[in-house]
Design a protein around this ligand. Structure first.
Ligand code: NAG
Length: 403
């Protein structure tokens, strides 16, 4: 209650100011608000084990296996409550809704104009239930589109029957339909089609090598080059409390840009590496990655968080109040659940010196996926072509009535 009132104040004031609570919240920062936490595991006894600087992940995992283990972890989160309405379902893979001998259907989507939508989505998809889907930016590949996808540009104001359906995509925090689209794609479950940031399409052509060894001199990785004043201020105040590397333009403390190329030559993918090749591999050398959204709003959980998770690091997260509906249990440290940045910093340091507790933050990927995470991945940009084609087919494609 206190937390939600504070968050409300935070959201209304449009500020990233850290709430200054008079008393710490009685919640474990790794759990969702609704979790009945009865089984205790390593994260519940942080600070009770003797601190033990460590670098190697695999021995830490073995220790956790013998002291806690997937069985107990699974039991603890068996009744973990997430809001399943925060993520859409596909319906495509659902065998019950799909007739085996259904008629074959084909839907084509032409991606219009200049857009960041990645080229690697181009192609033909088999979507199940007899539906095939063609997706391209090329008016030759898609000469008779069933739908036009706009992003960054407003769709035509009118549509006559027989014209392609108008689709508009906006994944920014401030997402808003233009009023001229037939189908709106955003990051929220209430949009016609939801797209989460938990896919591969947001970071193509990068080195996915994950370091098995973590630094023990520097705890936290940060990289931001859009220096928004409020995000910067929060980062500055937190990072001043922990040993960190900041690689981006904002608060850079590694001697300039592109230093990850110098620090981590093992991450090079080619003879002329560029910093974003290194991003994933570079952050994997750190136990923690600071991830602060540009806006704190419901369901706006971006690649900043998923990227760190995939790099085998533990995100320290400031962003969507319902972030636990998007991530596996015990996978992140939710910064907003601490009474102060000092408390957060001290917690992070303790976890960083406790191989068993730290290993528990990786249990989600070793023991099997719990919570909404399975569907969060399923609803990513990677699967957008089939999901959009499915909806276009349902609406009747070009032959849909004027809306
Ligand atoms: C569950 O998520 C949906 C979609 O984000 C939201 O509208 C609803 O208020 C949430 N319910 C609860 C109980 O938080």
């Amino acid at each position: 209650m206190v937390a939600s009132v504070l968050l409300l104040v935070l959201l209304l004031s449009g500020s990233l100011e850290f709430p200054s609570l008079s008393s710490p919240l009685p919640l474990s920062p790794t759990l969702s608000l609704s979790n009945p936490n009865t089984i205790s595991t390593a994260v519940d006894s942080i600070g009770t084990r003797t601190s033990h600087p460590f670098r190697e992940l695999l021995p830490a995992f073995s220790k956790w296996d013998s002291q806690v283990g997937c069985g107990k972890f699974g039991q603890k989160f068996e009744s973990w409550k997430v809001n399943s309405s925060a993520i859409q379902g596909t319906g495509i893979q659902d065998g019950d809704t799909c007739q085996k001998e259904g008629p074959r259907r084909h839907v084509s989507v032409l991606v219009k104009g200049w857009t960041w939508i990645p080229d690697n989505l181009e192609g033909i998809y088999s979507c199940g239930c007899g539906l095939s889907c063609a997706w391209s930016k090329s008016p030759v590949a898609i000469d008779r589109p069933d739908a036009l996808l706009f992003e960054g540009a407003t769709p035509p104001r009118t549509r006559r029957t027989g014209d392609p359906l108008r689709v508009y995509l906006d994944l920014e925090a401030s997402r808003k339909p233009t009023g001229f689209e037939d189908i709106f794609i955003g990051y929220h479950a209430s949009d016609d089609v939801q797209v989460t940031y938990a896919g591969k399409s947001f970071h193509i052509g990068r080195n996915y090598r994950i370091s098995p060894v973590k630094r023990d001199d520097i705890l936290v990785y940060w990289s931001s080059s859009r220096c928004l004043p409020q995000r910067n201020d929060l980062a500055r105040r937190f990072l001043s409390l922990v040993p960190h590397h900041s690689f981006g333009k904002c608060l850079n403390n590694v001697g300039g840009l592109d230093q990850s190329l110098v620090f981590y030559p093992d991450c090079a993918m080619s003879k002329s590496p560029i910093w974003w090749d290194h991003l994933h591999c570079a952050m994997s050398h750190y136990k923690f990655v600071l991830a602060i959204e540009n806006t704190f709003t419901d369901s706006y959980v971006t690649e900043k968080l998923f990227y760190a998770l995939e790099a085998g690091s533990v995100p320290i997260y400031f962003g969507a109040p319902n972030v636990w509906d998007f991530v596996p249990p015990n996978s992140i440290i939710d910064g907003s659940k601490f009474g102060s940045l000092e408390e957060l910093a001290s917690y992070v340091k303790k976890v960083g010196e406790d191989p068993v507790a730290y290993a528990e933050f990786h249990a989600w990927r070793r023991c099997g996926i719990l919570g909404n995470y399975w569907r969060v991945r399923e609803m990513s940009l990677d699967t957008l072509p089939c999901r959009l084609c499915q909806l276009v087919a349902t609406r009747g494609g070009r032959n849909a009535r004027d809306l």
